[in-house]
Write a protein that binds this ligand. Structure first.
Ligand SMILES: [Zn+2]
Length: 90
């Protein structure tokens, strides 16, 4: 008898920013996506549980963005990105 076990990476799209965010890489305005990136432990190719999970707000075109340690931090980051910077007048 043998046991087949391993891991499989996944990426799940959670939401996107309400407003447009300026991406410096291609110099365009896009809706950033909140994504969850992780790995599943698999037994006989069936995913059983997630053992590594990271969050990020990324540009859907170039894939660059900002990482977050926790889901709450990602939600804060997405809210901050959705809010346009106020005009500062002297
Ligand atoms: Zn981009």
């Amino acid at each position: 008898m043998f046991i087949v076990w391993g891991s499989r990476g996944y990426q799940k799209r959670l939401s996107e920013t309400e407003g447009l965010v300026h991406c410096e890489h291609f110099n365009n305005d896009v809706h950033y996506e909140a994504v969850e990136i992780g790995r599943h432990f698999t037994l006989f190719w069936i995913p059983l549980f997630t053992y590594r999970r990271q969050y990020a707000a990324v540009c859907p075109i170039c894939g660059r963005g900002r990482s977050a340690d926790a889901k709450a931090e990602l939600e804060y980051l997405m809210a901050a990105l959705s809010t346009p910077a106020p005009d500062v007048k002297a």
